[in-house]
Design a protein. Structure first.
Length: 259
């Protein structure tokens, strides 16, 4: 299927590795030029070079912390006119509610709610003027079913979900769609970190921790960045123009819901 987005320009945040890289690679495979962002310059440049070589698209790499005003300004200045925005940022550390103070919540809100909102505020008006645009926010399955150990993420990402629910319906008539893509556990550095925490807490090796987690997923495995990226690319395609304000789970059936 031709996704109809060849020649479009996308900003993909936190895209040097993991799910962000999966999204960047999938969009590049569809002929989309990229502005890639991550904090680590070396990993970002390596990924950007690999994508240029594999897909022959233009790739601009901007190493910056997208969760800060200075970082966003640098990225937006380099980005120019953007047709597709994929927001993404690493999740806050796990813990329990007694662990966190006000500064911890503010940091989570800055990374996982306020930064995506700031990027949308900067880029969506231009999309509306041009009559076409796509925004995909990478959030978490926790906005549908909160995860006790990820209370900071639960709070911040659910706030973003509420913002998108209203905003998406205000901009859709201008040809701009905003949706959220909700990952469950995928084979990324985040999974390694979570499994490491479980292994230490339970006194088991990390492979056992992973196998135990896999048993809780109906497909009995972790997702891949490639699968996630392909789903993101579909939401960014011309075929998804009637998908507005949705929260699409990508979790192997791990979130036990009826609706």
């Amino acid at each position: 299927m031709d996704f109809g987005i060849r020649g479009k320009r996308a900003l993909v945040c936190a895209s040097s590795k993991g799910l962000g890289r999966g999204c960047a690679e999938a969009l590049a495979a569809e002929g989309v030029d990229l502005v890639m962002n991550a904090r680590g310059a070396e990993a970002l440049e390596e990924t950007a070079a690999a994508i240029r070589s594999a897909h022959g698209v233009e790739v601009v790499a901007v190493a910056a912390d997208i969760t800060t005003e200075e970082g966003r300004s640098r990225v937006l200045e380099a980005a120019g006119e953007i047709d597709i925005l994929v927001t993404n940022a690493g999740g806050p550390p796990p813990g329990v509610w007694t662990d966190w103070e006000r500064d911890d919540y503010i940091a989570a809100l800055d990374a996982n709610m306020l930064s995506p909102i700031a990027l949308m505020k900067a880029l969506v008006p231009g999309m509306m003027e041009r009559g076409w645009g796509r925004v995909v926010n990478i959030t978490s399955q926790s906005v549908r079913a909160p995860i006790p150990a990820l209370g900071l993420s639960n709070a911040a990402r659910t706030g973003l979900t509420g913002f998108v629910a209203g905003t998406a319906r205000q901009v859709a008539e201008k040809g701009v769609t905003i949706n959220n893509l909700l990952p469950g556990i995928h084979a990324t550095d985040r999974a390694v970190a979570l499994d490491t925490g479980v292994s230490k807490a339970q006194g088991i090796d990390i492979e056992t921790a992973r196998k135990n987690r896999e048993k809780t997923i109906p497909v009995r495995r972790y997702g891949t960045a490639g699968e996630f990226g392909a789903t993101c690319a579909y939401l960014c395609s011309v075929h998804a123009g009637f998908v507005v304000g949705q929260n699409l789970l990508h979790d192997g059936g791990g979130t036990n819901l009826t609706v």
